[in-house]
Design a protein around this ligand. Structure first.
Ligand code: ZN
Length: 302
């Protein structure tokens, strides 16, 4: 009798416990309790139009209107129209903040005009095999071997910027691959036109190089600002480069009006000898002193 009573008590307790958990009422005072009639409509895939291409999934497709995985540079780049642009680009926001420095090393060659060429990127010193990382989230557009860049990876970012990672010894990503800032894109190396292992890093907008130091501080390897204002000034370096190229193209020549363009290695005495004049006369005509250091491309009257 005692045993039967114990079983009855146990079953009663179990029933009460299960009833309590199953039948808990909806808490209408909780604002997060969703009434059943607001469950979102689930699309039937057959009702949606079908598209064969996935181009629109490429980052900044509206800006580029292409996704070229063969040609490293954007062929439609028009510098005059670029100079008309006035646009603020977001580098870092709530959806994607992540700048990761591609490689923490010493800058061995900055962006800008050099003796024989224009350097469109920044060189960062590294050892062959060092890991090179994606600077921002994006999608790999180029991952191939080029004669000049060596093994190169180009990543297009949703804000329209592209970043280039060149001279790699090994490529670790594939074309079309989505990458996050900090993902390894390759290993540093010395491939292509390169003397000594380093990373050649470029930042481009619509194919035109931007000085990476405009957005990145290479002293503390961080972004300077969360945004980048693209305008005339961004590409001013091109006009300056053109001017310098024009003046050096005439170096060593005597132009109309007896204007001589200084070439590398020139001295006032050598010029005076060549054109049958004197240092004193050259100095007087050009308001120079005998110790003035002549600049490449400088014009003087003979
Ligand atoms: Zn370089």
């Amino acid at each position: 009798m005692k045993k039967t009573f114990s079983f009855f008590l146990l079953f009663s307790l179990l029933y009460l416990a299960s009833a309590n958990t199953v039948a808990s009422p909806i808490d209408f005072t909780n604002p997060y309790t969703e009434p059943t009639d607001t469950v979102p409509y689930i699309f039937n895939e057959e009702e949606l139009p079908s598209c064969n291409d996935t181009l629109a999934l490429s980052p900044a497709f509206d800006l580029y209107e292409d996704w070229d995985t063969e040609n490293i540079h954007f062929r439609k780049c028009n510098i005059d129209s670029l100079r008309e642009i006035s646009k603020k680009i977001t580098l870092c926001d709530n959806n994607s903040c992540g700048y990761v420095h591609p490689f923490q090393g010493k800058v061995t060659c900055p962006f800008g005009a050099h003796r024989r060429y224009y350097h469109c990127g920044v060189d960062i010193d590294l050892e062959t095999g060092d890991k090179v990382m994606a600077a921002f989230d994006g999608k790999v557009r180029i991952a191939k071997k080029s004669s000049s860049y060596g093994n190169i990876v180009v990543i297009r970012h949703s804000n329209g910027l592209e970043t280039y990672y060149a001279h790699l010894s090994k490529i670790k990503v594939e074309v079309g691959q989505e990458v996050f800032a900090g993902d390894i894109v390759g290993l540093g190396g010395n491939t292509g036109n390169s003397r000594g292992s380093h990373l050649h890093f470029e930042v481009r907008y619509l194919g035109q190089a931007i000085n990476p130091a405009d957005i990145i501080s290479f002293t503390d390897d961080k972004l300077i600002s969360d945004t980048l204002q693209i305008n005339k000034q961004t590409f001013n370096y091109l006009a300056k480069g053109k001017k310098a190229a024009n003046s050096t193209a005439n170096a060593g020549k005597l132009l109309a009006g007896n204007v001589y363009v200084i070439k590398s290695g020139d001295s006032l005495s050598a010029i005076a000898r060549k054109y049958g004049t004197s240092i004193d006369l050259l100095c007087k005509k050009n308001k120079l002193s005998k110790t003035t250091i002549l600049q490449l491309g400088q014009k003087i009257k003979i």
